[in-house]
Design a protein around this ligand. Sequence first.
Ligand code: NAP
Length: 257
Amino acid sequence: MSFDPAWEAPKDLLAGRVVVVTGASEGIGRAVARGLAAHGATVVAFARTVARLESLYDEITGAGGPEPVIQAVDLEGLDQNDARTLARALEDAFGRIDGLLHNASQLGPRVPLASYDPAAWKRVMQVNLDAGFLLTQAFLPLLEAGTDPLVLFTSSGVGRAPRAYWGAYAVSKAATEALVTIFADELENVSPVRFASLNPGGTRTAMRAAAYPGEDPRTLPAPEDLVPLYLWLFGASRDAAIDGARIDARAWLGIGG
Ligand code: NAP
């Protein structure tokens, strides 16, 4: 069973749920954070840029959504202690979380591996892959106490079919797919937590513009176009067999291109 593009999220779909979104300050993460809150979720928003997190807070509360938690986090420096500290703060505030969206990513250099800067390699792998592993590991007990808990990792077309000049970004996304498979396999039957990866497909954001500077952004779906699928995944996918799934957002949403 998969998503029906005609599905419409009930206004109170996520009432009482707590969902953590990394990279919530702009692009897809921001649109999803707003969408989750508009359907009743308390969003815990992570990113580096405090001013953008504050404007997200204002947008959510201004629209009458539950008060979000905004937290400045630089995933580049995140270690196991930091992840555990964040988990303790969420434990104190909520006692559980119901969803975790790993959305933050760095594109990194678009150059051949032969000349790829090792420092940039480490940075991209840390933000795109290691931080997701560390946060998931630290948040697992909180997720196990949640309702229909889902950990959704964000992949990419080049994570599923790597190609030249995508460097650490593609490697980090391919490894993310492996991480999802292993988490889902290890915890199937012993934990209520489900794991999936989602490839948004080309979407009108700053990252896409950096990767494809010659492209007309008006030819691309907006981040808001993807939101119904995220709502369904976090709020209505309990009976769908999505554990371990590799979701292609465009195909599931019926968006061409
Ligand atoms: P984006 O517009 O560049 O936004 C990236 C987000 O990640 C921002 O909120 C940014 O916030 C945050 N971030 C970056 N580095 C961070 C760090 N070190 N610590 C914490 N937060 C950090 O990207 P997007 O296009 O929305 O992409 C969202 C996800 O979709 C990514 O995983 C991307 O790989 C994937 N994706 C996108 C497309 C596309 O066409 N857009 C296609 C395939 C996959 P701050 O700068 O405030 O920290």
